[in-house]
Design a protein around this ligand. Structure first.
Ligand code: FES
Ligand code: FES
Length: 397
């Protein structure tokens, strides 16, 4: 058993917890806060969503001991919350619940949408809700209730809601999407848990370990000579600035430490870790070996990214990227699907576009925080392209 001290709904609690007890069980069984519902217990349905330090988090794949010293808000903790005071009657008005099992998680995600995306339209609300499943399939009422609250806030702004929007700290949830409100991102090193775990990662040891796991091969083309692309890709901070969700915290020679953040519905993960780049100038081939860990779910990833440049013409280059990665821990279930491979292909394609922009002269500060990769948005685009492929049709305009 491990001792754990935690703030829940503004109250401090000290308890003992098994190392593998997840936060959902801890809240329900130890603190008797049974408003947090557990459905799939695999991080898929969103029923167990709570806030950890203000961030929507799946309590079923978050270890209780990882929340030592953190602030958790459950559905029981919103009595005086300005957004929930609007969402609750809106859910009632729009018949947004049937059995109510998904409702605590839905309300938590709905609150996040109202605060983070003031101009969200129906399509974006549905996209953001895609990480919460309702077994009664009452989505229309839920979407209408959220849109209703968003509209109320636009028509007659509530000062308390605006204050919450302004104070919202979103280090891991700057979702890419058709309508987003950029929010200030803070360096991941501000999170002491993340910073401590980064210090544990030894890039030398990692470099000696041969990566095993899933393999993905992909390429992208850039309209610049191979020499120029090769030189650019040796600049690790510049390359990281082209990768959505990546933030570099320290960089020394061929070694780099940083974080890559993803968001999937109400679940967000930030893999903090270290990587080492080995370059072969003659072959214009390089290997980036790295490993990282998400502080809340304790999921770990390790892998090699090999890239090789092929000069297509004097002024254009193909960048071949081979990834071998392994993911362990609660988030590993998301690595099984072929959808993830498609997702990575999309991410690499976006990476290629950003590199083309940078080579074209658009500058980004070397340590500028990048928006989080919105898995929900990319997943939707991946799914849509698959559906098109199955039916052999082009999308309608
Ligand atoms: S219980 Fe389904 S995501 Fe946690
Ligand atoms: S209202 Fe029944 S699961 Fe959503």
């Amino acid at each position: 058993m491990n001792p754990i001290s935690i703030q829940v709904n503004g109250r401090g609690f000290s308890r003992q917890a098994e190392p593998r007890m997840h936060l959902g069980d801890f809240l329900r069984d130890e603190l008797r806060l049974t408003g947090t519902h557990l459905g799939c217990e695999h991080g898929v349905c969103g029923a167990c969503t709570v806030l950890v330090n203000g961030q929507p988090t799946r309590s079923c794949i978050t270890f209780a001991v990882a929340c030592e010293g953190q602030e958790v808000t459950t559905i029981e903790g919103y009595d005086d919350d300005a957004v929930m005071q609007k969402l609750r009657p809106a859910f009632t008005r729009h018949h947004a619940l049937q059995c109510g099992f998904c409702t605590p998680g839905m309300l938590t995600t709905a609150r996040d949408i109202v605060l983070r995306l003031p101009h969200a339209d129906e399509a974006l609300v549905r996209l953001e809700l895609s990480g919460n499943l309702c077994r009664c399939t009452g989505y229309q009422g839920i979407v209408d209730a959220i849109l209703d609250v968003l509209q109320q806030q636009r028509d007659t702004p509530d000062a308390e809601v605006e204050k919450l929007r302004q104070t919202l700290s979103l280090p891991r949830t700057m979702a890419l999407g058709p309508v987003t409100t950029p929010s200030p991102a803070q360096p991941p090193t501000a999170d002491p848990v993340v910073a401590a775990e980064m210090a544990e990662v030894d890039p030398i040891a990692m470099a000696k370990a041969k990566a095993k796991g899933n393999a993905i091969e992909v390429h992208f083309d850039v309209p610049y000579p191979a020499d120029q692309v090769w030189e650019f890709m040796g600049d690790l901070p510049a390359v990281a600035s082209c990768l959505p969700g990546a933030t570099i915290d320290s960089h020394e020679g061929e070694r780099v430490k940083g974080t890559i953040a993803i968001k999937f519905g109400p679940m967000s993960a930030a893999f903090a870790g270290a990587a080492r780049l080995e370059r072969d100038d003659a072959a214009r081939r390089a290997v980036l070996r790295g490993a990282g860990q998400d502080s809340l779910s304790k999921s770990r990833t390790q892998g090699d990214i090999t890239y090789r440049l092929e000069a297509l013409t004097a002024g254009s280059t193909r960048v071949h990227v081979d990834m071998i990665y392994a993911l362990q821990g609660p988030l590993a279930q998301f690595s099984r699907s072929g959808l993830v491979k498609d997702f990575v292909r999309r991410m690499v394609a976006d990476f290629g576009k950003q590199i083309t922009r940078r080579l074209g002269g658009q500058t980004v500060a070397s340590n500028e925080p990048q928006p989080t990769v919105s898995v929900a948005g990319m997943m939707w685009s991946v799914l849509w392209s698959r559906i098109r492929g199955w039916f052999g049709k082009s999308p309608r305009p």
